[in-house]
Design a protein around this ligand. Structure first.
Ligand code: SF4
Ligand code: SF4
Ligand code: FES
Length: 241
């Protein structure tokens, strides 16, 4: 029975904006409550033990992607992780790769925006906007397939778990490749495969991926990253030839 345990939460603390601050591990002890998530534990730490602790959250329901962090070295969402599933000693650290705001808080938004602008992750169409026009019909199976890939919450876990990005900062990661797969499926986006090749047909795109699938292992939304990356690669090889 894990209920009522004393948790020892070891947190990597560092605020790059504070002069002379140094990275260090600080340990907080608290009593585990039934159904406690890491988000609740962090909130209790901030409320009762140290109100200077920085971490991000918005939805507390696995929807906004804000609370991603390294949990015992593995990327995951604090609000979707039950403390009862973990040992009483828990190590927390900020996601690597992203700009550190302080402690467990990182700026995933900057990175995601840069990736989105680079890959132009929006519908490209020559059709003039017409707000009176009826929405075009789409087969439910296709809408479902697009929705499946659209479930990405831009949490950054796949980036933090990616070996390629540790070596090549400009790699677009599984999140970027998944977005291209999503727009490629969408008939409203008129970009051809040859145009998409210009965006991801290089080492910063689909040919930089080493297919070790750390991304798929840690994606909290269980997106089909493995099959999408493999399919995109086959398509881009054909176009490249
Ligand atoms: S693909 Fe998965 S892990 Fe990557 S940002 Fe989207 S939801 Fe997070
Ligand atoms: S499969 Fe590709 S995108 Fe996924 S973690 Fe490995 S290198 Fe990164
Ligand atoms: S707080 Fe939104 S995903 Fe965790």
């Amino acid at each position: 029975m894990s209920e009522g345990r004393t948790l020892h939460v070891h947190i990597l603390r560092f605020d790059p904006h504070l002069k002379d601050d140094k990275p260090r591990i600080e340990t907080f002890e608290l009593r585990e409550a039934p159904g406690m998530t890491l988000y609740i534990a962090l909130n209790d730490i901030r409320k009762y033990l140290d109100n200077s602790l920085k971490f991000d959250f918005v939805c507390r329901a696995g929807i906004c992607g804000s609370c991603a962090m390294l949990i015992n070295g593995r990327p995951g969402l604090a609000c979707r992780t039950l403390t009862s599933k973990l040992d009483a000693h828990i190590s927390l650290a900020p996601l690597p790769v992203f700009e550190l705001i302080g402690d467990l808080s990182v700026h995933t938004g900057n990175w995601m925006r840069g990736m989105s602008e680079r890959l132009e992750t929006w519908i490209h169409t020559q059709k003039a906007p017409d707000i009176d026009r009826m929405e075009e019909r789409m087969e439910p199976e296709l809408a479902e397939a697009i929705y499946e890939l659209d479930r990405c919450i831009e949490c950054g876990c796949c980036i933090a778990g990616c070996g390629t990005i540790q070596m090549r900062e400009s790699f677009v990661g599984a999140v970027g490749l998944n977005k291209i797969a999503r727009y490629r499926l969408d008939p409203r986006d008129e970009r051809s495969d040859a145009q998409l090749y210009q965006l991801i047909g290089d080492e910063d795109g689909v040919f930089g991926c080493m297919s070790l699938l750390g991304c798929a292992d840690v994606c909290p939304k269980e997106l089909p990253l493995q099959s999408q990356i493999a399919y995109l690669r086959r398509k881009m090889v054909q176009i490249g030839k």
